[in-house]
Every structure is written in structure tokens, then in C-alpha cells.
Design a protein around this ligand. Structure first.
Ligand code: SF4
Length: 131
């Protein structure tokens, strides 16, 4: 396994040069060894349990422009929406009824969702579903 990969798996932060070396030499990586290490890390943190989470797509607005992404700011043909609190709580209510006990709020980097707004939303969800 490459030296940068070993250091990454040991929890070190890699330099830009390390990342370049790692990504440019990806064919030289021992994939079986990498999969084994990934599986060990997964087992260390999560065991063999499966965690199911309800994914709520909060917003399709994003200030960034990652070229691979359908909702990047520069894609003028992307449909844009932003869920309001009432809709998010309704999604959680439905998901709770289906057995979900953890929800993920996912979306683009939408400046409308300030830290304060997200905190209020999370508080509202926790008020309705303390468990
Ligand atoms: S949603 Fe994520 S991946 Fe897509 S443009 Fe925004 S930051 Fe990039």
C-alpha cells in the first residue's frame, strides 16, 4: 500500500502533494488490501449493524459549481426548490411512521439555510420526535 494511503488510514492529514501522489498512482494501489482496511475501519466504528436513515433533500440551491453535480450553481436547467419547515416536519412525520429514527437533511450549499435556520429546524424535528 502506498505511503500516503498508510498515513491517511492512520488518521493523518495529507498534504496536497500526498493527495496528488495517491490519486495519480491509483492503479498501483493494492485494491484488496484497501478493501480489507476499509472493512476493518467500518467494523471498528459501526460493527456489523446496519443504520437506516431517512434522507430529506432540503434544497436544490447551491452556491458552488462542482462540475459533476446536477444542482451546481451554473446549471441553468436545474429545477430549484427549497423545502419549508412545515414540509420537512411532514417528511419526518411520515418517515417516523415508517420506522425511521434518524433523518439526514441534505442539500446544496444554500446560503438561505444559515446556521440559525438549520438549528431551528433541527430543534423543531427533535421536539416532535425526541427519540
Ligand atoms: S451540491 Fe455539493 S457537489 Fe453539488 S455543486 Fe453544491 S457543493 Fe458541489
Amino acid at each position: 500500500m502506498s505511503a500516503p494511503l498508510e498515513r491517511l488510514l492512520a488518521g493523518e492529514r495529507l498534504s496536497r502533494a500526498d493527495w496528488r501522489q495517491l490519486l495519480e498512482k491509483k492503479d498501483a494501489i493494492d485494491r484488496q488490501a484497501l478493501f480489507r482496511r476499509a472493512s476493518e475501519a467500518r467494523r471498528r466504528w459501526f460493527g456489523d449493524a446496519i443504520y437506516v436513515r431517512g434522507l430529506i433533500e432540503l434544497t436544490s440551491y447551491c452556491k458552488n459549481n462542482c462540475l459533476y453535480c446536477g444542482i451546481r450553481a451554473g446549471n441553468s436547467s436545474a429545477g430549484r426548490y427549497r423545502l419549508d419547515e412545515e414540509t420537512v416536519l411532514e417528511c419526518c412525520r411520515l418517515g417516523y411512521g415508517w420506522g425511521f429514527r434518524t433523518f439526514v437533511l441534505q442539500g446544496g450549499e444554500d446560503p438561505w439555510f444559515t446556521g440559525e435556520r438549520v438549528a431551528r429546524l433541527v430543534e423543531a424535528i427533535k421536539r416532535q420526535h425526541p427519540d
